[in-house]
Write a new protein. Sequence first.
Length: 271
Amino acid sequence: MDSVAEGRSDGVWAKPYSLSSGQTQYHELGQVRLWITLLDREWQVRAQTLESGTDPVTWTEGVSHVLPSTDVPLQRFIRTTDTDTESVTFIPAVASLPTVIRPYQAMTIPAGQRCVIYVGTLVWMKVCVGESQSVLTEVPLAVPSMTWVGPNTMEGELCYSSASFARLVLEAVPKRPWRAITPVTIINRRKEPLLLERFSLPTPLLSLHLNSKGQLWTPGVTVECETDMNSATLRVDQALMPAAGDAQQVGPARERVSRGRLIRAFDRMFG
């Protein structure tokens, strides 16, 4: 397989790329290699997941006439237009399920104190075509782990699981085009210290925003704990943290914020 495309450049979110019939656009970001092929009557999408030990920090793309080997899975989509050229746009999306964040080392928040944790949120890539940006498929840009959160096997919720360094300094957060930065403010209003071993991030309620540096951000999430951990309340901030800089929304939240949805998240906030 020849994975080198001609004229490689940096990939960009929410930018229409023009392809001519017979061309293949190649992308490499996160743990994924992606080939998008335009033919006269169909779109073809091929995706290959790399070894999980890799941790690239760049996104490169280019146009070529080279296809990968036949062992790379192929998806075919019927075209409804007869033009020789058409656009393809890549829109980021958050996870469709809540994400349980597990710091590598547990943290203790003293009584009456607060902290801001910067979490790297996994992003899916929506492959969208045409002026209407019709979605062909979604590709996770890293292999997501699954976990069950609940008191037993009959009651609970299936979630994604993500280990995190739970960084407290923004400058220490790696800037990757395939992850978004989510600031999580945790306020301990109890009279005792709060041990933070894991918490549930309501990822479907988060929109995605692209700043002038090419970084993805979500609005912040604020968690307040007044009595015990199961009674914690959560809200999604209306605006981005000022540190995100000038940013434009490039991906809507998958779900609207609703009272019922938030209450269920509270019940299992800290697992």
